[in-house]
Design a protein around this ligand. Sequence first.
Ligand code: HEM
Length: 265
Amino acid sequence: MNKKAAHPLHYAVRLWFIVICLGQSIFAYYILMQYYRNTALGDLEKWNNVNPHFYDKSDLTGNIIFGLHVALAAVITILGPLQLVPSLRARVPRFHRISGRVYIASAFLVSVAGIYLTWVRGAVGGPVMQVMISANAAIILICAYFAIRSAMERRFKVHQQWAVHLFLGMSGVWMFRVFLMLWLLIHRAPVGFDPKTFTGPFLTVLAVSVYIMPQAIAAWYFGVRGSGPAYQRTVFATFLTLVSLGMAVGSFAATMGMWMPRVME
Ligand code: HEM
């Protein structure tokens, strides 16, 4: 890559990654405290601090699948960013390979468990949100398949691209919470959706933006990062910097307004 031309993009990508690492660490901490800790203490009723149907005494299968889903959610949220750190891949390739297998297996399981929770147990948000989150699951399954296949075929450039697509798919749920909280922070009210039914145009736009659009944005990045006119890299860098700032503020809002209050309960 031309170092001089890549300058703004170089810093924008690093800023984005630092924000993601910090924001997802807090999300992982929340999952550990809210689900691992309460489960270890035998306090399963506390799952319902978040939503009254997460622990349902009359639905053993649903409880197990939900428990599996959130258990893997923490694994994914911790391992995902680590897989993308170049120095870790270079210095401890064995860690990258083992953790990569765990990550891919978790991707399959979390998505299948998520599909069960969405369609069998029933999630908040109605049919539109059900279809949206299922699209996210499909994206994860496809990217996980191609990421592992290209790694096994030792096509590492292709593998790297699929891995980034997979990471973005896996980060969709985190981004949904972060940008929802950013929106609520800006408007100080649930504008564009009904908080009781969790339906409305804003949520549809948000779901498309965090579950589907990042795939196109990643393709855009791979298109401009090494070739094409320098101004395209500057446009992308500006866009990514704005997204990162939104993510940083949204992460702060999600931490203070959603995750910490639940963990403190
Ligand atoms: C891949 C990364 C994912 C992570 C990190 C993740 C994380 C979580 C967490 C932490 C919860 C508990 C709610 C909370 O405390 O905020 C949850 C619930 C849930 N997740 Fe996931 N999830 C992921 C993917 C998916 C996918 C792909 C689907 C659907 C196909 C899905 C469907 C659900 C459903 C239905 C619930 C219950 C929420 C409800 O009933 O409204 N998740 N997830």
